[in-house]
Design a protein around this ligand. Structure first.
Ligand SMILES: NC(=O)c1ccc[n+]([C@@H]2O[C@H](COP(=O)([O-])OP(=O)(O)OC[C@H]3O[C@@H](n4cnc5c(N)ncnc54)[C@H](OP(=O)(O)O)[C@@H]3O)[C@@H](O)[C@H]2O)c1
Length: 276
């Protein structure tokens, strides 16, 4: 499995997203993924499935130390005391002593950014989170966190796929040796039958979803966490790096519209403008 290195964190580039899976469906998907070779699982307090992920972790034969586990604290819980309660509950649901990466799920207009980042650092000092990071941070907010506040965050998890530009966020992350984890890497499944990707896929004898994932995973500092409940999707995503996109493929992908955003809640931040 290809790994990403970011400020001391080593994380498998491909992970399993778990949003919208719950209960037995989620447990079975995580166990199946671990059996197939996945070693990176993404969950969140808000998904309501940490218990199901914990059930899988309790029953897998893979050692805890070999699995990278990410969870996230919801934006209504960013006051330090609420963060502490959220962390305690996540660890209990997940049945683990620590998580590998703990993220602020969304910034909030009412948050005290320095205080919330300070609480993340405490979690790291206490051994409850090996690494800390953020999600859905536009580049200016990321800059404030890293360059003004000096937080030792390693990652920003954002929506990123062939139809979404993330130039500004990527430049800020690369400047500081941090990782971008791409969520909705398949545009919530839409890219599985996107015509322009189909042409590239046919040329290489692969699928459109594999083209979309290959494009992400072949970029420096970029990881991706496709949600895949079906065994065939999980395997296809593991196989997505078994071919190489050529210059013509990359040019065709570069020419696609880059302003699609499929996760855009009213409470979200002011996003970076798309260049051009
Ligand atoms: N930080 C955040 O704010 C945030 C926001 C959204 C999502 N996320 C994380 O990112 C993860 C991924 O995002 P997402 O679930 O919204 O969308 P996604 O991963 O872009 O798309 C998931 C869809 O693609 C299908 N799929 C997966 N692999 C496939 C393949 N090889 N061929 C064809 N179809 C395939 C899945 O089908 P099957 O399941 O039926 O196989 C599912 O319907 C989430 O699960 C969550 O962990 C984070």
């Amino acid at each position: 499995m290809n790994m990403i290195e970011a400020r001391g964190m080593r994380m498998p580039k491909l992970g399993l997203g778990t949003w919208r899976m719950k209960g037995e469906e989620c447990t079975a998907a995580v166990l199946g993924a671990l059996d197939r070779g996945y070693r990176h699982i993404d969950t969140a307090q808000m998904y309501g499935n940490e218990d199901a992920v914990g059930e899988a972790l309790a029953h897998t034969s893979i050692k805890r130390g070999d699995i990278h586990l990410t969870t996230k604290v919801w934006h209504e819980n960013l006051a330090p005391d609420r963060m502490r309660a959220a962390m305690d509950n996540s660890l209990k649901q997940l049945r683990v002593d620590y998580v590998d990466l703990y993220l602020i799920h969304w910034p909030s207009p009412t948050m005290d950014l320095a205080a919330s980042l300070g609480q993340l650092v405490k979690f790291q000092d206490q051994g409850l989170a090996r690494h800390i990071g953020v999600s859905n941070f536009p580049s200016a907010m990321l800059r404030e966190a890293v360059e003004v506040i000096g937080a030792p965050i390693v990652c920003n998890q954002v929506e990123y796929h062939v139809l979404r530009d993330q130039t500004a966020v990527l430049a800020m992350l690369r400047k500081h040796g941090m990782a971008l984890t791409a969520y909705c890497p398949l545009a919530q499944g839409r890219l599985a039958d996107y015509p322009a990707l189909g042409e590239i896929a046919r040329k290489h004898g692969v699928t459109s979803a594999q083209v979309a994932l290959n494009w992400l995973l072949s970029q420096d500092n970029v990881a991706a966490i496709p949600k895949a409940g079906r065994a065939e999707s999980q395997q296809a995503n593991l196989d997505a790096m078994k071919f190489m996109l050529d210059d013509a493929d990359r040019a065709a992908i570069a020419a696609l519209p880059k302003n699609e955003r499929f996760v855009n809640p009213a409470t979200g931040p002011k996003w970076d403008a798309v260049p051009g």
